[in-house]
Design a protein around this ligand. Sequence first.
Ligand SMILES: [Zn+2]
Length: 221
Amino acid sequence: MKKEINIIFFGAPGAGKGTQAKKISQELSLPHIDTGSLIREAIGNKTELGVKTQQFVESGKLVPDELVIDLIKEKLKVLKDKDFKGFILDGFPRTIPQADALKNMLRELMLELTCVLNIQAPEDILVKRLSSRKLCSNKNCGAIFNLITKKPKEENKCDICNSPLYQRKDDTEEAAKERLSEYHLKTAPLEKYYREQNKLVDINGTKESEDVYNEIIKTLP
Ligand SMILES: [Zn+2]
C-alpha cells in the first residue's frame, strides 16, 4: 500500500508558504486545506457545522478551535472515502492547543502527520517582500504582484487587465515588522512543539520559488 502524504505548511508572512503549498498541492494532487476557504465552503454548503460556523462569522466572533477542528475532520472524512493520497494543511494550527486538538483528531481518523514544513527566511528579507506588494486596482481582477518576487511586466500596470497597481496601507515596512513580531510571538512555541516531535523540516525560503519547491520535494517520502 502506498503511504499517503500528510503535510502542514508553516512559515512567516512573506516566506512564500502559500505559493509553495499551492504548487505542491497541484503537482502531487494533494488537497490543499486552508481554514479560510474551508469555513467559506462549509457556510456555502449549509452543512450542520456550516450553519454553526456562520453564526460566529456573522456576529463577528472568532470561530472557536473545536469548530475549526470539526470542519477539518469533516473534510478529511470526505477525502478519505475517495482515493486518498493525503492532504496539505495551511494556516492551521497556529497555537499549541490547536496542535494538540489536531493531533487527537488525526489519531481518531488513523492518519499520521508526515511532516511540518517550516519555510524560513530572515526578517529583513520578509520585511522587504511584504512591503513590496502591489495589487491590481480593478476589483474584479484582484491580481497580486510583488516587486521582488513577482514583478509585473510593465511598471505599475496589471499583467492581466492593464489596470494601474496600488500599494495597500498595511503593506508598509512598519506594518510588516509588526505582523512578523506577532507571528513569531505566537508560533515560536509551535515550532518547538513540532521540532520536539521530530516532525519539523526546515526549508530555506530565501531562494527562488522553483528552488524552494525542489527542496521541498526532496524532503518528501
Ligand atoms: Zn488586474
